[in-house]
Design a protein around this ligand. Structure first.
Ligand code: ZN
Ligand code: ZN
Length: 790
């Protein structure tokens, strides 16, 4: 219509994570370049921009807002409307409007390339400065003690800005404009290397002359020493991962019997020497979130003690300038495991940390920036063509996740999660805010931390829950706390069945709409409280957010010794064998098998009387315990597991991939138990003992087990689908959840077979399949029931 763009005035509303991430200076820079006049400011809804200029320039500004936003920003919507008020003659960043501003806090982000360039440049005033940061990177959530997100509410409050930093902080054209954790060697925190036995550090360094304290830590690691390092969200313990003696000492000190140790490498090239690295894995390692990624080991060998009995190893890249400076001169992997004793949370406070860690590490690299919030490293694993989070913490929390269509008007809800891999979840404004992984609440320090985080999140997100959601298992500490808070605030308490919550978590992260038809949820995990006080753990549920109906299960087998069965795999094997025939009959059929001798050496009379009376031997339809039983049959983790899931992980690790064939699958039956179709493992045990008698290689047996399990799960699904076809309601979508689906071979086997049968398969990726995702499911179920009631 017209060649010359007329001047226009427009108001642009930007929503999403746009505060505290350098968004206003980005707008300012764009506006200056595009010759636009106007203003930009933060308000309660995000960022508001008012501009005057040519139509083309305004269109270009809108395009850049959508496509060129700063790295930590997450733009959800950009809307514009005509504007008729007055505007300044140039473009300005003006002070925030309204009180409720800056409540969104970004997750901690990996150091950016520009900051790496600063610390690598001898002429830069931040050369080798380990706390270098800018608007595009660095600590966020881990340093926040209250809201709004201003320096005075972070652990940087005690460091006053020097003149130069203050100038950068105040200059919209600077990368550090309004970067709250900004610091430099003149005014910011300092790192210091100390010897944990109190002696002088100098002789330990030998003939080397370290550039500074960080370089000294790097030297010590290269010399084979174990060094505790105060990182971003907690202490790590580091040593040369290729030095078997150092790794063995670290393991001994940590009392961490068998849990795999995570490693850090300075770059992808180092990782490639030890692990199979695809494009997606490389991209995730190098992302802002920078989690630990579990990769298949290959190439140069590492000491067995890095990941005993496993064929995969976990790597991350340096995430902070401190890590970057330590790692830069090191061309081999370094163990970077969380600084704690087994079963305790990662340490964050200096005095208790150093008192405990001196039993593991001889040296510590400490600094004087306090850690406000403990946050563990996140862990991801490639499975079924996608990289899936196994632990969601640093880099991800507390970023909100969208809830599916239909949940926009959900009231504010607080869901308390499970107990062992606990998280909690807030619902607000149609979003779910899932806390970072917190760990086992039975550990008193973890529980304290969980409570502290609850109050931090509540104030950070100005959250006033209208209802509280807990697991139906009232003995969980999280359920008790939820019930207590609901009582104190006179708010409804919604108790949610464990496996229903798993299915809902899977639906929610896949954005399955509130009103979508029911799916078949297959939930395979350790234990969860089912109906009528039964223990469940291998369930087929027809479910949506509003309800679930149990269609099928696994045959319930006794947990001999109650909780001890979860720790001692042989107990599950004994119970599984005893579920079909007594020990004498097994002896008669299979004779002097070493496996039967080993079981015979156990107190069988006591075990048999427990089985008979049911005393301290509750029945559980648990898939996790079936894995334990199978692992025990191969002698893996026979006596006791040193960490949760160890036996099952080792069973997966020994699988001979060549033997993963349907015609090799162990047989499992489908029978009926209490009127429910039930997966019956009896034929499996006959075949397993037969294979043992023939001395079949364990890799074949493990493969036959995984294949058999995947096959029978899909057969069960087809049976249920046929029945649903006759008598409804039908389903065409299957949701897979529960910790057993963190087993790659089982997960890929089931998912691929289901897709081959034309089912749509939903699975976890952004939240863990294990109990770490449970609070998201609880929150959406509670929201659905409240929305349905209104
Ligand atoms: Zn930066
Ligand atoms: Zn400074």
């Amino acid at each position: 219509m017209d060649a010359i763009s007329p001047a226009e005035k427009v108001e642009i509303r930007v929503r999403g994570r746009v505060q505290g991430v350098g968004f206003r200076p980005f707008v300012w820079t764009c506006a200056k370049k595009l010759d636009l006049a106007g203003e930009v400011f933060n308000d309660a809804e995000g960022v508001l921009i008012r501009v005057a200029g040519s139509r083309d320039s305004i269109a270009e500004l809108r395009r850049r807002l959508q496509h060129e936003a700063p790295p930590l920003a997450h733009v959800e919507t950009v809307e514009s409307h005509p504007f008729s008020g007055d505007l300044p003659p140039d473009f300005r960043i003006v002070a925030s409007r309204e009180g409720r501003v800056g409540t969104q806090i970004s997750p901690d982000a990996k150091i950016c390339d520009a900051c790496i360039a600063d610390i690598s440049d001898p002429s830069n005033r931040r050369f080798r400065y380990p706390f270098t940061t800018c608007t595009h990177c660095g600590p966020r959530f881990s340093i926040v003690s209250s809201v709004p997100y201003d320096r005075c509410n972070t652990t940087m409050a005690r460091f006053g800005l020097c003149v130069e930093c203050a100038a950068e902080y105040g200059d919209p054209a600077d990368r550090r404009f309004h970067a709250q954790p900004i610091a430099c060697p003149a005014c910011g925190p300092r790192a210091k290397i100390v010897r944990l036995d109190g002696k002088s550090i100098i002789p330990a360094l030998g003939p080397h002359s370290a550039l500074d304290d960080v370089d000294a830590a790097s030297h010590l690691i290269r010399q084979g020493e174990i060094v505790a390092i105060k990182g971003l969200g907690g202490y790590h313990i580091a040593c040369d991962a290729t030095n078997a003696a150092s790794v063995a000492r670290l393991r001994q000190g940590k009392r961490r019997d068998g849990k795999p140790l995570a490693m850090m490498a300075r770059d992808l090239d180092v990782i490639r020497r030890y692990a199979l690295l695809g494009e997606a894995e490389s991209a995730l390692l190098a992302s802002i979130e920078a989690p630990i990624v579990i990769l298949p080991a290959r190439g140069e060998a590492l000491p067995e003690a890095i990941a005993p009995g496993l064929k995969e190893i976990g790597f991350m890249l340096p995430t902070t300038p401190l890590h970057h400076l330590i790692m830069a001169p090191i061309d081999f992997p370094v163990v970077m495991t969380s600084g704690n004793l087994s079963h305790e949370p990662q340490l964050i406070d200096d005095a208790p940390a150093l008192a405990k860690l001196k039993h593991i590490a001889a040296f510590a690299l400490v600094h004087d920036r306090a850690i406000a919030n403990r946050i563990d490293d996140s862990v991801a694993r490639p499975m079924d063509g996608k990289i899936r989070l196994l632990r969601r913490a640093r880099g991800y929390a507390p970023a909100p996740m969208p809830l599916p269509p239909g949940f926009a008007d959900a009231p504010e809800i607080l869901a308390f999660g499970a107990e062992l891999k606990s998280t909690f979840c807030l619902v607000k404004h149609g979003e779910a805010i899932l806390s970072q992984h917190q760990g086992d609440l039975k550990n008193s320090e973890t529980y304290e931390d969980y409570c502290k985080n609850l109050s931090l999140y509540t104030s950070m997100f100005q959250h006033a829950p209208a209802a509280f959601a807990v697991d139906r298992h009232s003995d969980y500490l999280s359920s008790k706390l939820g019930a207590q808070l609901a009582h104190e605030r006179d708010a409804p308490l919604i108790e949610i069945q464990h496996h229903h919550a798993h299915v809902a978590a899977c639906l929610a992260e896949n954005l399955r709409p509130l009103t979508a038809p029911k799916v078949l949820g297959i939930v395979l995990d350790g234990l969860g409280l089912g109906e009528e006080n039964q223990i469940w753990g291998g369930e087929f549920l027809l479910a949506d957010y509003l309800g679930s109906e149990r269609l099928a299960t696994f045959r319930p087998v006794a947990m001999l010794g109650g909780d001890r069965a979860s720790r001692e795999p042989w107990r599950n094997l004994y119970a599984h064998l005893a579920a079909s025939r007594n020990f004498t009959q097994w002896r008669r059929d299979f004779g002097a098998l070493p496996l039967l001798d080993a079981l015979d050496a156990k107190p069988r009379a006591t075990l048999d009387s427990m089985l008979k009376s049911g005393l301290n031997a509750p029945l559980a339809s648990s898939c996790g315990r079936l894995f334990d039983a199978m692992a025990a049959a191969l002698g893996l983790g026979w006596e006791a597991q040193s960490y949760e899931g160890e036996a099952a992980m080792k069973l997966e690790a020994v699988v001979d991939a060549e033997a993963l064939r349907d015609d090799e699958a162990y047989p499992m039956a489908i029978s009926s138990c209490a009127n429910l179709p039930t997966i019956e493992p009896l034929p499996l045990w006959n075949a397993v003992l037969d294979d043992l008698r023939r001395q079949t290689p364990p890799g074949h047996m493990a493969a036959r087990f995984h294949q058999g399990l995947a096959k029978v799960i899909v057969e069960m699904t087809l049976q249920l689908a046929r029945r649903a076809h006759e008598s409804g309601p039908r389903f065409d979508t299957v949701a897979l959840s529960g910790g057993c689906f963190q087993n790659r071979i089982l997960f890929e086997g089931v998912a691929q077979k289901l897709r081959a049968e034309n089912f749509t398969v939903l699975a976890h990726g952004k939240v863990p399949a294990n109990d770490g995702g449970l609070s998201l499911g609880q929150a959406t179920i509670a929201a659905a029931s409240l929305l349905n009631a209104t």
